[in-house]
Ligand binder design. Structure first.
Ligand code: GRF
Length: 227
């Protein structure tokens, strides 16, 4: 019997989703192709209807729903979620469109081994409706940030950012699609670095190849300098 491509790799990923899971798909693809040296051990959702669960099933990845509405409070949900995650002994926990605010206890438990992707150029626009807010503010650029998760909402240190230009004709939907396409590039990249042992968080700062990087993270700049 031959091993499946994923059985020879070492890092274990648990990915949390609430929605369609297009970022999850980019990470599954990255693992399946061998670009990311890891196995997706499980996909977990707080939303039993999440499209991400189906994507996992299609790739034969264990997928589980734990409905937050069945819990009395945030603490008891986070406790149960954490037990579920830890059952898969992950090296890295990845939030990929996981639409829940997490308790500090939960976050502390995974400090330095939990990442998120947020659709703005953090520290601008933490929270929801990022593209709408960027358009309303008349910003010239938008983007996405991969960052380590700390107890402050969308406030952990940045690893990598993708910047895109906002055109005059952009609306919330067009900007979201434009940014999402680049989320699918930067998230696998950051996860690859982590799995290759090149990326760590130390004292709330990010180091790549043992060197501190700027507070914005490494910029994946898609805005061409104007000629
Ligand atoms: C992405 O825009 C991500 O930045 C945000 O939630 C969205 C998830 O999209 N955190 P998908 O489920 O990965 O398609």
């Amino acid at each position: 019997m031959t091993d499946s491509p994923q059985s020879s790799v070492n890092k274990r990923l648990v990915i949390l989703v609430s929605g369609s899971g297009s970022n999850l798909q980019s990470l599954i693809d990255g693992c399946e192709s061998g670009y990311i040296d890891a196995t997706v051990s499980a996909v977990i959702s707080n939303n039993p209807e999440a499209g991400g669960l189906e994507r996992a099933a299609k790739s034969g990845i264990p997928n589980l729903a734990i409905d937050h509405r069945a819990f009395d409070n945030r603490e008891s949900f986070d406790q149960a979620l954490s037990e579920l995650i830890d059952g898969f002994s992950p090296d890295l926990v990845i939030l990929a469109g996981f639409m829940r605010i997490l308790t500090a206890n939960f976050v502390d438990h995974y400090l330095g081994r939990m990442m998120n992707i947020h659709p703005s150029l953090l520290p601008a626009y933490p929270g929801l409706h990022t593209h709408r807010r960027a358009l309303e503010a008349g910003d010239k650029k938008a983007g996405a940030t991969v960052h380590f998760v700390t107890p402050e909402l969308d406030g952990g240190p940045s690893i990598i950012q993708a910047q895109v230009e906002i055109d005059n004709h952009d609306n919330e939907g067009s900007l979201a699609s434009k940014v999402l396409a680049f989320e699918h590039k930067i998230y696998p990249e950051a996860v690859k670095w982590f799995c290759d042992g090149r990326l760590v968080m130390e004292n709330n700062h990010v180091k790549v190849d043992n060197r501190s990087i700027s507070d914005s993270g490494i910029i994946y700049n898609l805005i061409e300098p104007s000629s």
